[in-house]
Design a protein around this ligand. Structure first.
Ligand SMILES: CC(C)(COP(=O)(O)OP(=O)(O)OC[C@H]1O[C@@H](n2cnc3c(N)ncnc32)[C@H](O)[C@@H]1OP(=O)(O)O)[C@@H](O)C(=O)NCCC(=O)NCCS
Length: 177
């Protein structure tokens, strides 16, 4: 299936410049930045423009998560693809008003299907900060296996933080499906 991707409640579609006004207040909260590695805080219009430019790279797929009912943006989801190794890193965020509704899980399931079925990937992986158990729960719900903890692997806002690793192989996903 070509982009955009659809799930029961969501449409995952490429960003356009006109998305910036709706994107800024959603991605710009401290709560969203606190548990992500690459989302700046404060998050400026220039940050959004740089992100949209980066999202055009062939090996990066960043899609707006939008609601089927009203087309509103609720978050973002992406994969950084490494063609040589046929693997990709999955990442996602939801605006705070939309947490706890299963959207990250629903969007991730579809991105994983897209990665294996449409892009022919062999492995999809993801990491989260130890202080973000909700993301670990999402990764488990979509069938990823826990692969270990990289202790104090990253610096976030001046502190060393543990990075928890999860991964899913194509053959495991096929059995799960
Ligand atoms: C992490 C995040 C993406 C989750 O999105 P979401 O749409 O709320 O996730 P879902 O509703 O699909 O699933 C969340 C699960 O985590 C669970 N959860 C929430 N808070 C939790 C906590 N403190 N500890 C353990 N589990 C928690 C929920 O109960 C739910 O599991 P359940 O369905 O078994 O009840 C969202 O909180 C977010 O965008 N945070 C900021 C950005 C971010 O951290 N991105 C990920 C970087 S790795």
């Amino acid at each position: 299936m070509a982009l955009p991707l659809q799930t029961e409640r969501l449409i995952l579609r490429p960003y356009t410049e006109t998305d910036i006004a709706e994107l800024l207040p959603l991605v710009g909260t401290r709560e969203v930045a606190a548990t992500t590695l690459r989302i700046a805080h404060p998050y400026t219009e220039q940050d959004a423009k740089s992100f949209l430019a980066l999202a055009k790279d062939a090996d990066k797929i960043w899609l707006a998560i939008t609601l089927r009912t009203n087309c509103r943006q609720v978050g973002g989801i992406g994969m950084r693809v490494d063609q040589e190794h046929k693997h990709a890193e999955l990442g996602y965020w939801l605006g705070k008003p939309y947490w706890g509704k299963g959207y990250a899980t629903e969007a991730s399931r579809e991105m994983i299907r897209y990665g294996f079925e449409d892009l022919g990937l062999h492995r999809i992986f993801a990491t989260h900060f130890k202080h973000n158990p909700a993301s670990g729960r999402v990764l488990k719900k979509v069938g990823m296996r826990y692969e270990g903890c990289q202790r104090e692997h990253l610096v976030k806002w001046g502190e060393f933080v543990d990075s928890e690793m999860y991964g899913l192989l194509r053959q495991e996903w096929e059995v799960g499906e």
